[in-house]
Every structure is written in C-alpha cells, then in structure tokens.
Design a protein. Structure first.
Length: 186
C-alpha cells in the first residue's frame, strides 16, 4: 500500500466523522490495524493472477480436470464489504499441458485479494487459465454470499450468487457440462 501513514490518518478521520472518540482504549490502534488489514486483503491489487499458473506438466490423460470447493474471501468494489464462498475450476487440457492442482487454488487466492465484483473475478480466473494453458476449454463457477446483501440494503441472509464462465469445448459439449455439474453437485 502506498502512503501507509496517510491512510492511517484517513481512517482516524473517518472514525471521528462517524462520531467516535479515537482516543478511547479500544480504538487507539484501530486505524493502524485497519490499514494493515486492507493491505493483506487487497494485496494483489494490480497484479495479474495468471502468473500463479507457472508450473507445467504433461499428462496422457486428456479428460476434464476439476478442482471444486476452493474457498475464498474477497471484497466487493461497491461497498468494500466481504463476499465469500467457493470456486470450482474445470478444464480440459490440450497438447497434454496441465498445471499443478495447487496452482489452481493459488489462482483463486490471487484473484480474490482485490476490490472487484464476483462476475469479473469469474472472468479473471477463466482468462488466466486460457492464457497460460491454452486448454480445449475451461468452466469456472463461483458460488458466494455477499455481505452487502446480508448486512445492509435488502438484508437477504443466506442467498447465494452463482456466476460462471465457459469457454471452448464447454460451450459445445452439453454432456461434459452435465458431468462437471454432477461432480460439483450444483
Ligand atoms: Zn457490494
């Protein structure tokens, strides 16, 4: 984060404007903690997550690979409130090119640590896989709960937003899509 000292002052100012006494014991270190927290939660701002896909292997098995229920936490760009849930990633390799399974989890992690909307995060993950693996197709699904819908506004607790992005073979092969969705239990 640029200019941490100034950021701490700005959070302090925000607390004062809310009507808080920033000298009371519980709040003395809050601006600093808050800035450190944003630094951690938004650490991948401006970083292209595709570089997490940086090891490549060969496999004779060219069937779809699915890693499901990859947990993540992100912040929505409209309210800076958390949205969180799971991401499922499926891809069908091309030219025997695959990546490590943990790299898919790292891709989700990097994609989540920034201000955004769920729709764009889904696209970002699909694009990264397309660029790094040139697969026959990818199918990315994110299921998330948005605190901005649960805590404020419409106050719908427990509702889930599901977004997806399909490319290549997943746009054509309905049986393959069904098979992946069955495995995810969508
Ligand atoms: Zn929001």
């Amino acid at each position: 984060m640029k200019n941490k000292k100034e950021s701490i002052k700005l959070i302090e100012k925000l607390l004062i404007n809310i009507g808080e006494d920033v000298t009371r014991a519980g709040l003395v270190d809050t601006p600093k903690r808050c800035v450190n927290m944003y630094e951690e939660l938004l650490s991948q701002t401006g970083v292209d997550p595709k570089y997490e896909i940086n090891t490549f292997f060969e496999s004779e098995n060219e069937e779809a690979i699915l890693v499901k229920d990859i947990q993540f936490y992100s912040l929505c760009e409209h309210h800076m409130l958390p949205f969180y849930g799971v991401c499922h990633i499926a891809y069908v390799p091309s030219n025997k090119k695959i990546t490590g399974l943990s790299k898919l989890a790292r891709l989700v992690e990097s994609s989540s640590r920034r201000l955004q909307i769920q729709e764009d995060m889904t696209l970002m993950i699909a694009n990264a896989l397309e660029e790094q693996l040139s697969p026959k197709g990818v199918y990315v699904i994110i299921e998330a709960e948005h605190m901005c819908m649960a805590m404020r506004g419409i106050k719908k607790i427990g509702s889930k937003t599901v977004t997806s992005k399909k490319t290549g073979i997943f746009l054509e092969d309905k049986d393959l899509v069904k098979d992946i969705e069955y495995k995810i239990k969508l």
